[in-house]
Design a binder for this molecule. Structure first.
Ligand SMILES: [Zn+2]
Length: 298
């Protein structure tokens, strides 16, 4: 699942190709990719054709293409959405869903294997599409108010990881960077937000911004082969992750064995020594706590 750095890589990758270009034509190869446009594919094509595009914009994990005149095209990357920029006669990649011809003769292609993503026309959405109006500013937004978000976080009845993932509080942080930020800030994901304290809440948010900035510099995390940059090159920051996906490996800071704990319907990876907290259901490799008969005497 792309998180903020991956989406920003896509946004920045599209920028030189799209900014100032006019849409000369649109071809919807698979109507499922425009299902969010309720008036249908033909209307989607009609609305987009002729639009003059500005600089691609992003908030959190959401990407949109503002147009001159105030409308926008909203892109949902979902689990596996990608853009490719190609010559119109270049062979189509598998799962290419929508073709957008630009006035300079290039073609932008929306590719999506799993089809959780898609494109929609957002009337009046150039500044901020109404569909994502409830999404909070992300830590890279120049108007992101870190102390205010930290204060809002500690005022909640929640746990720190849940709060970090709540896109209405702070956007763009997903499971991977939440784990990395909490490890960096030496904070257990299950820590109640009311016990966090303003100082630690700020430290967690700063850590989230830092890990995402590093991911961005490295080109985005990609452990999932479905995610490809706009130019087809894969990200490689996954090797730099300290805890996420590293069950059983040593903590890069203290050497203790990284554990995994159940979190909602996913999991958290953490260092049980650096991140002491209320969690008790740690799964250690080779010690499946649910295996009957193994717990005795340990
Ligand atoms: Zn550690």
């Amino acid at each position: 699942m792309p998180e903020l750095p991956e989406v920003e890589v896509v946004r920045a990758g599209l920028e030189p190709f799209l900014t100032g270009r006019r849409i000369a034509g649109v071809d919807v190869l698979d109507e499922r990719a425009v299902r969010r446009h309720e008036a249908g594919a033909a209307d989607f094509v009609r609305r987009l054709t002729g639009l003059e595009l500005g600089r691609p914009a992003r908030r959190g994990k959401y990407l949109w293409l503002p147009a001159v005149g105030g409308d926008a095209v909203l892109a949902h990357l979902g689990m596996s959405g990608q853009f490719r920029v190609d010559a119109p006669d270049a062979p189509l990649a598998r799962n290419t869903r929508v073709l957008v011809d630009l006035d300079d003769g290039t073609q932008v292609r929306f590719v999506d294997q799993r089809l959780f993503g898609g494109l929609s026309f957002s009337p009046g959405g150039a500044q901020l599409p109404p569909e994502i109006a409830r999404i909070a500013r992300d830590p890279f937004d120049e108007r992101f108010d870190l102390p205010a978000v930290a204060a809002a976080m500690t005022a909640r009845r929640s746990t720190v990881k849940r709060a970090l993932l709540d896109q209405r509080l702070v956007s763009g942080i997903g499971n991977i960077y939440a784990d990395e930020a909490l490890w960096r800030a030496r904070t257990h994901p299950g820590t109640p937000t009311r016990l966090l304290g303003a100082r630690r809440a700020r430290a967690v948010l700063r850590a989230a911004r830092a890990v995402m900035a590093e991911a961005l510099a490295a080109g985005g995390t990609s452990f999932d082969a479905l995610y490809v940059h706009v130019d087809g090159e894969r990200g490689y920051f996954d090797r730099e992750l300290a805890v996420h996906g590293r069950l059983g490996e040593p903590c890069p800071r203290c050497g203790a064995t990284i554990v995994r704990e159940a979190f909602m319907n996913r999991s958290s990876h953490l260092c049980p020594r650096c991140q002491r907290g209320p969690g008790t259901a740690a799964i250690r490799p080779g010690k499946a706590s649910s295996t009957p008969g193994r717990g005795r005497g340990e």
